[in-house]
Design a protein around this ligand. Structure first.
Ligand code: MN
Length: 191
């Protein structure tokens, strides 16, 4: 299998000013493309060539895990945004958030804090287990909750390349503003 960079469902300048066109061009167009190119080189002619990407993430380690997981993580991240995003989740997901975190505002606060406190590069996740229970977790570098048996629902990227062009060192500010572009219909569909 040869992986390609999926076209985003919005224009590169559509998420501004929360995420600028320059960041989309570098972060998705260059960083994510490099992970996908590396993934293709690493799987070529191996047992991983026809393995579903999520299974590669669950079983590989080293450079293959890093590039496979980063390829997956960035698509998951960018495809949950929309220029018409923001607002609040609804339905079963909203019910679970209110039950487990107290309120949507409490959930957002806990999620932002978890992302702010990651030391170095990584990701902050909302995931669910097989019973629909929600978890906020942190992963370092290329980490992914799939390796812990969880199903991811939403992720924010806290690598410096995600925010440095727009927010310089102010990671917490980017995390706080990303809620303005989250497409909750996508996140609900993952629950
Ligand atoms: Mn990134």
């Amino acid at each position: 299998m040869v992986y390609t960079l999926p076209k985003l469902p919005y224009a590169p300048d559509a998420l501004a000013p929360v995420i600028s066109q320059e960041t989309v061009d570098y972060h998705y167009g260059k960083h994510e493309k490099a992970y996908i190119d590396n993934l293709n080189k690493l799987i070529d002619g191996t047992i991983y060539a026809d393995m579903p990407l999520e299974d590669i993430i669950r079983t590989a380690d080293g450079p293959l895990f890093n590039n496979a997981s980063q390829a997956w993580n960035h698509i998951f991240y960018f495809f949950a945004f929309s220029p018409e995003g923001g607002g609040e989740p609804e339905g079963e997901l909203r019910k679970a958030i209110d039950e487990q975190f107290g309120s949507f505002d409490d959930f957002k606060k806990e999620f932002e804090e978890a992302g702010t406190k990651i030391f170095g590069s990584g990701w902050v996740w909302l995931s669910k287990d097989n019973d629909g229970k929600l978890f906020i977790t942190q992963t370092s570098n290329a980490g992914n909750p799939l390796t812990d048996g969880l199903q991811p629902l939403l992720v924010f990227d806290v690598w410096e390349h995600a925010y440095y062009l727009d927010y310089q060192n102010r990671r917490a500010e980017q995390l706080h503003r990303l809620w303005e572009i989250v497409d909750w219909s996508v996140v609900e569909s993952r629950y």
